[in-house]
Ligand binder design. Structure first.
Ligand SMILES: C[S@@+](CC[C@H](N)C(=O)[O-])C[C@H]1O[C@@H](n2cnc3c(N)ncnc32)[C@H](O)[C@@H]1O
Length: 474
């Protein structure tokens, strides 16, 4: 089976589908799709043997494909006509699915999406991690794979003088208008609609134009509590004058009872980074609460919180099972965010130490430990790379380290530290099978992989979350 890691290509090829390759712009070929990438695209071969990536296709299908870009070793194309359909093909719910950069797999039934995630994970672990003879537990799916996202970042544009909101077209910053997103929580859809309608009642509110770095409104940032139905709305703007913001905020708070607060975040930079450094509260509170299982969490604007609250409970249950605690363990929750994993653990331990670099998240995690009445849950503000060695040099060393790093995974220094310090157990929670496989290639020299458990946190998209249980080889 051929294996391709597509994500790098997507990142490196902004605007690929808008660029008309002069040489191949009108070339079409019939392509049989024989695999699918981490990144979501179908893979086939051109008659020359060169690999071609075709979005929104499914292995087993045949398509008439227009080649939109050709590189030395690979090409991109778009379907002009589907000649043979997969049995797993369904009609996407969303009217902008073909163009939107958010979902990749609404055209594939959910059962098959889960199969593809298992297959992509297996391929990564084998080809990159060189992990042979592995057993992957069946992916833990979602009972209702729609309306699950508890956070949304919504860009603006103007059409015929009116402000509209939507999503970026795949690989571009072109905003496509959208009323209902089928993977966002319905409360987010409602807040977005009310807010846009209200903004349009005010004249002269400008929208940010990244080409000239001018204009006021950049994004709406909406966070909701899936289990509490609370919401926090943030206007991300430049520092241009936002007249009537207080009035707008008061009207929205009156109209939408679920809104706990409205904030403004200032971002003046010509950048793809969404949030600027300065935020302030306009009205209400600058946080919401949510529950994962029976634990309560306070979530501020800038803190990381898992996107799919209900699936997080299943994810954390897997982590709990893999900790296999007897009651006197010291546990490290590295990359602890607002303390979600540390706090979710049953109190059958001596102590848990969370390590997190975002100071607001650390503040929230300490508060969260207190409201859940957990006295042996401590949080350290710092860099995992620097803080883990300090914990490992204590008289009583940690027994288990739980890693839940960002997409970039663990760096070599951290891997060396855990190997050198003879840590016995590691639980690795990963949102990126490629960096996970890269790190496991190193860890497997010293650790046995006891369990590989994917959990589907991101239905309708190619994203894959995995929990790995590792034990030091005897
Ligand atoms: C994938 S999130 C995991 C959060 C948490 N475990 C959860 O389940 O909600 C990764 C977290 O690592 C933090 N982070 C990123 N780099 C870090 C570093 N070098 N040291 C400590 N924390 C870091 C981020 O701020 C973020 O909160």
């Amino acid at each position: 089976m051929r294996f391709f890691y597509k994500e790098k290509l997507i990142i490196g090829e902004i605007n690929i589908f808008d660029i008309k390759d002069k040489k191949n712009g009108n070339k079409k070929q019939i392509i049989e799709i024989d695999n699918i990438t981490y990144g979501g695209d179908g893979i086939g071969s051109l008659s020359s043997g060169k690999v071609i990536f075709v979005p929104k296709t499914i292995p087993g299908e045949k398509h008439l494909v227009k080649i939109t870009k050709e590189k030395k070793n690979y090409a991109y194309g778009i379907t002009k006509k589907t000649l043979k359909k997969s049995k797993s093909r369904i009609n996407p719910k969303c009217e902008i699915f073909e163009d939107c950069g958010g979902c990749q797999w609404q055209h594939i039934n959910y059962e098959k999406q889960k199969d593809f995630k298992e297959q992509i994970l297996r391929d990564s672990l084998l080809k990159i991690g060189k992990l042979e003879k592995i057993k992957i537990n069946p992916i833990i799916g979602s009972e209702y794979p729609w309306y699950y996202r508890n956070k949304s970042i919504i860009p603006f544009t103007k059409e015929a003088g009116r402000i509209v909101a939507g999503f970026y077209k795949r690989g571009t910053h072109q905003v496509i208008k959208n009323q209902t997103c089928y993977i966002q929580h319905q409360l987010i859809n409602r807040i977005k609609r009310y807010t846009i309608d209200l903004l349009n009642e005010y004249k002269n509110i400008s929208v940010y134009d990244e080409n000239i770095n001018k204009g006021l409104l950049r994004h709406l940032y909406i966070r909701v509590g899936t289990c509490t139905n609370q919401a926090l709305l943030t206007f991300i703007t430049t520092d241009e004058r936002f007249e009537k913001l207080e009035e707008i905020a008061d009207i929205l708070m009156g109209k939408i009872p679920e809104l706990e607060g409205i904030m403004r975040n200032i971002n003046n930079k010509k950048t793809n980074v969404i949030l600027g450094n300065k935020s302030h509260l306009i009205t209400g509170k600058d946080y919401i609460y949510d529950y994962i299982g029976n634990r309560k969490y306070k979530i501020g604007l800038t803190s990381f919180f898992q996107i799919n609250t209900l699936q997080s409970e299943k994810l954390y249950d897997v982590v709990q099972r893999y900790t296999n605690m007897s009651g006197n363990e010291i546990i490290v929750d590295a990359y602890s965010g607002i303390g979600s994993i540390a706090i979710s653990l049953k109190e059958n331990y001596e102590a848990v130490y969370g390590i997190e670099s975002n100071k607001n998240a650390v503040k929230d995690s300490r508060y969260n430990a207190a409201i859940n009445e957990l006295n042996n849950c401590h949080f350290i503000k710092g860099d995992v790379k620097k803080e883990i060695p300090k914990l490992l040099n204590k008289v009583k060393k940690p027994d288990i380290i739980i890693f839940d790093p960002p997409r970039s995974g663990l760096n070599k220094e951290i891997l060396k530290t855990v190997i050198d310090h003879k840590i016995k157990e590691i639980i690795y929670v990963s949102c990126n099978p490629t960096t996970l496989a890269r790190d496991l290639k190193i860890l497997k020299e010293e650790f046995e992989v006891l369990n590989i458990q994917p959990v589907d946190m991101f239905a309708q998209t190619y994203h894959i979350e995995t929990v790995i249980q590792l034990r030091r080889l005897a």
